[in-house]
Write a protein that binds this ligand. Structure first.
Ligand code: HEC
Length: 193
């Protein structure tokens, strides 16, 4: 009788532990996470390209180079902070080597690129992580001609701009893009409140 009771207690505590784990990992529903991430990406992209256009108009392309870094960081962290998200930009051919995509990020880039090449809209990659966060990966497309002034081919980038970029980013891989080509991704982490 006793061993059976002990076994039953043991199984019960295991079951309780498993339940506790399950409730501790509480994910935001997929569709909701996707919506929050899309809104944030859209707002950050619009603000950033607006700032870039303004800076280029005011001081030329070379003067706008730091905008894509410092402004991008402050803008993105503001948009992310307001929504309590984590938000970064990554690429398989990054300008800033710390933004190199690997693993699941690289896989998302490859699938987005294949979709775009096939003429289909890339579908966002959403994954629920063991830590309770939901990671949403969304495409960043060089959708405006102004992107090419710093990410295009030699015809699009002036020699002066190229030199200024290389001075700050000697390992730059982020040139040679065409209009509407995939430039990278947003990786946005959404957590349940
Ligand atoms: C004035 C030059 C300039 C323009 C215009 C520009 N970028 Fe950038 N871009 C940069 C610089 C510089 C970096 C590196 C920023 C950093 O250090 O984080 C960068 C980084 C990025 C990154 C992050 C990944 C990486 O390569 O490090 C993405 C994505 C990106 N740009 C997309 C775009 C898109 C899309 C446009 C058009 C809306 C655009 N950029 C226009 C200069 C520019």
């Amino acid at each position: 009788m006793k061993p059976t009771f002990l076994t039953a207690t043991f199984i019960l505590s295991l079951a309780l532990l498993a339940c506790e784990r399950k409730t501790a990992v509480n994910h935001v529903p997929r569709e909701e996470a996707l919506k929050v991430a899309r809104d944030a990406a859209q707002e950050a992209f619009q603000q950033l390209s607006g700032e870039l256009a303004q800076a280029i108009q005011a001081g030329g392309t070379v003067a706008a180079i730091p905008v894509c870094k410092s402004k991008a960081e402050s803008l993105v962290s503001k948009v992310a902070g307001e929504r309590e998200l984590s938000m970064i930009r990554l690429s398989d051919r990054p300008r800033n080597p710390s933004q190199m995509a690997t693993g699941a990020d690289l896989a998302a880039i490859e699938s987005f690129r294949a979709a775009i090449l096939a003429g289909n809209p890339p579908s966002p990659a959403v994954s629920q992580e063991a830590d309770g966060s939901t990671l949403v990966r969304l495409p960043i497309v060089a959708s405006q001609p102004l992107c090419l002034q710093c990410h295009g081919s030699d015809n699009d980038i002036s020699a002066e701009t190229r030199a200024a970029i290389l001075a700050s980013y000697p390992d730059d891989k982020a040139t040679g893009y065409r209009l509407n080509e995939l430039r990278g991704i947003w990786r946005i982490g959404v957590r349940a409140p």
